[in-house]
Design a protein around this ligand. Structure first.
Ligand code: CP3
Length: 366
């Protein structure tokens, strides 16, 4: 059954995943999916990047003594952690608990996630031989992803599940640099200095990313987000030449569900990101949503864009800014409220609960 379904997703026939899920709810009516499709909503939908994570005491408790990548390969833990923020905040979407490097680990790349550091790669990829090591991803490489998502679709009821993957540039940066990087020097050195190698790497990564998203959709994800967190380091012309063709291929390959495209520091890239094929463009806190809407162009919904650090300020400050974002978000054809980047570990969960309730009181003018 699953493989027949995956074939349908691959061929583009499959659209609403839970049209297939037995006993499934009609999720198309959810505020989140409606906003992604630029349809009228009863209230502005809201979820938070990194909503499941170290700001939640219940997360810290279940993660005690369990390494990050072990947690990402354990269906019971994935299901529990994905549900935690939905229970606590009543957000309009769940995001699958995993990490962008999971599919790379699954095809045999020697890497780990170091606490307080991030992904670290044992043998960074710097030549054609390294690129050869990136074999295609198969559903059998990530059985825990399929198993966890199938369980989640039952548990979540009417709340949509967002599947995700890292984008080729951001994944490529971790693979080439060997770990987190401030300026992505070696990454850019390959991009500018060895374009054939660069495109070969991007092509392999796009194939893996596309398959990983399709596996999540086939299992029951209702939308997908592509995290190109570090792409803000690149100029628009270079984005167009070195990255856009690969991102386009990914979005074209998952056209059946709403697609969200997110990066940090992308103010100058919003126009070209609008050309990559997503339905929703994520905006960080640096560009107000009305201006972002102008830059992205028509036919897109926006997602964002409260500065995560603002949640460390008193509630009155958060409230004032959130109301301003809701007002500016009305300039967009659809608005999914979110932070401009992930929840910081020091965030008080009560602030996020209050913020969620405030956003739910808002009905955008149509
Ligand atoms: O959003 C969610 O709640 C879903 C889970 C999720 C995680 N990582 C869990 C995680 C998602 C969507 C990601 C994506 C991810 N991972 C990105 C793109 C999003 C972004 O924040 O820009 C990136 C760049 C990574 C790579 C990565 N993994 C980093 C930089 C870190 C932080 C390292 C640290 O400890 O400071 C990780 C680890 C990670 N991924 C954690 C979580 C909850 C923290 C580790 C832990 O709890 O032990």
């Amino acid at each position: 059954m699953f493989f027949r379904h995956l074939a349908a997703v691959r061929s583009g026939v499959m659209t609403g995943p839970r049209a297939w899920h037995p006993g499934g709810v009609n999720l198309a009516d959810s505020a989140f999916l409606r906003a992604c499709r630029r349809q009228p909503v009863p209230h502005t939908p809201v979820w938070y990047m990194r909503q499941a994570g170290r700001s939640l005491p219940e997360y810290l408790k279940v993660r005690e003594g369990v390494p990050m990548l072990t947690a990402c390969a354990t269906p019971d833990l994935i299901v529990e952690i994905t549900l935690q923020p939905v229970r606590r905040y009543g957000v309009d979407a769940a995001i699958f608990f995993s990490d962008i490097v999971v599919p790379l680990k699954a095809i045999g790349i020697d890497l780990d996630i170091k606490p307080g550091v991030g992904p670290v790669v044992a043998d960074p990829i710097r030549d054609a031989q390294g690129i050869e090591a990136l074999r295609p991803l198969e559903p059998d490489d990530v059985p825990y992803v399929t198993e966890a998502i199938q369980a989640l679709t039952g548990e979540l009821g009417g709340t949509p599940l967002i599947g995700f993957a890292g984008a080729p540039f951001t994944l490529g940066s971790y693979l080439i640099e060997g770990g987190p990087s401030k300026n992505h020097d070696r990454t850019k050195a390959m991009m500018y200095g060895a374009p054939e190698l660069w495109h070969a790497l991007m092509e392999r990564l796009s194939g893996i990313v596309l398959e990983h998203l399709r596996i999540q959709i086939a299992a029951g994800a209702s939308a997908v987000q592509l995290f190109d967190s570090w792409v803000g380091a690149v100029a628009p012309d270079d984005y167009r030449e070195f990255i856009l063709p690969h991102t386009r291929r990914i979005f074209e390959g998952v056209a059946g569900v709403p697609r969200i495209h997110f990066g940090v520091g992308t103010g100058e890239l919003l126009g070209v990101l609008g050309e990559a094929g997503a339905d929703v463009v994520g905006v960080d806190w640096r560009v107000p949503l009305d201006e972002a809407s102008r830059r992205v162009g028509p036919g897109k919904a926006l997602q964002g864009n409260l500065d995560p650090a603002l949640l460390l300020a008193p509630w009155e400050v958060v409230e004032r800014k959130a109301r301003d974002i809701l007002r500016r978000g009305e300039a967009a054809e659809g608005h999914v409220f979110n932070l401009g980047h992930g929840v910081l570990p020091a965030t008080d969960p009560d602030q996020l609960k209050r913020l969620t309730d405030l956003i739910h009181e808002h009905t955008p003018a149509t």
